[in-house]
Ligand binder design. Sequence first.
Ligand code: FEO
Length: 178
Amino acid sequence: MISEKMRQALNEQINKEMYSGYLYMAMSAHCNDQGLEGFAHWYMVQYHEEMFHAMKIYEYLLDQGSKPVLLAIEKPQESWDSPMDVLKATLEHEKVVTASIHSLMRQAEEENDYASRIFLQWYVTEQVEEEKNAADIITRMEISMGSNGPGLYMLDRELKSRPVTIPTSFVGPLGAED
Ligand code: FEO
């Protein structure tokens, strides 16, 4: 069992992960509208990853005998001024998510909730990767091309090849998807 406080905090994290997916879906739609199919693909893969992050918590709550309660998802921003603005907004958003995960981990430590600590460790590691992914694309954009022109076209083509590495089904015991 987990505490009521932890149950509520994990429910809120489900909402944050789903908002992340919603935000990246909006970014995908925006990039598609701008003719950047590769960026749009990259963000749609990111959308699926965020849904996976949300569902892992959902399954964890069920495994702990705690009912997940779904909260309203905030409307995301619709458009950005440039591809670089989209990327920078992504990195800033991931930093916010990282802070939220760290806060959850602190709570688990304060409560001596060993199961949640172990569970949350996956997210701590994942956030390092999430921030790195966004920061790496920003760096490549800055170094090799500026924010438009042929370099942007090449980067867009490259992003289109991002593979989908998460499962498309969330059915199964927790952790089997790792
Ligand atoms: Fe679920 Fe991008 O953090």
